[in-house]
Design a protein around this ligand. Structure first.
Ligand code: HEC
Length: 132
């Protein structure tokens, strides 16, 4: 009797371990890559930093100006221009290659942490426009 209870319990354990990947919800295993949500306070900081350092060329709400391109464009979606491209652009500047606006000068007054806030803000504008 004792043995059979032990057998049932141990087989239940084996089953549980063997089946646990199957029990994991599919959305967690194969779900879309979800970007961490940025707090609204950080988005406000990102917008303020963007307006102070980038909007003169990239436009308020990143819609572009005669001096620089809009980021509400599939060219700048995360798969084409990853977040690292924003850090590089700020640190090294950008030689004109996509457009005819001219070169982007480096922006040494902007720190890496500030670029991250700016990038999160730009991503939120892109998402709102359906560019993921
Ligand atoms: C003096 C104008 C100017 C300012 C200020 C400026 N940019 Fe730019 N930026 C440009 C231009 C022009 C381009 C497009 C170059 C091209 O591809 O032809 C550009 C391109 C970029 C790109 C794309 C880089 C790539 O790899 O193609 C990023 C990212 C970027 N800017 C981020 C920023 C951020 C963030 C700020 C503010 C901290 C900023 N820019 C401020 C003019 C500017």
């Amino acid at each position: 009797m004792k043995e059979s209870i032990f057998f049932i319990l141990s087989s239940a354990c084996v089953l549980l371990i063997a089946c646990s990947p199957a029990l994991t919800p599919i959305a967690i295993r194969n779900g879309p890559v979800v970007r961490p949500t940025t707090s609204s306070a950080d988005l406000v900081r990102g917008e303020t930093l963007f307006n102070a350092n980038c909007a003169s060329c990239h436009g308020l709400k990143a819609v572009g100006t005669a001096q620089g391109p809009s980021f509400i464009d599939v060219i700048y979606e995360p798969n084409h221009h990853a977040d690292a491209a924003f850090v590089l652009a700020v640190q090294r500047g950008v030689a004109a290659h996509h457009w005819k606006f001219g070169d982007m000068p480096p922006q040494p007054q902007v720190t890496i942490d500030e670029v991250r806030l700016i990038t999160a803000y730009v991503r939120s504008l892109q998402q709102a426009a359906g560019i993921q």
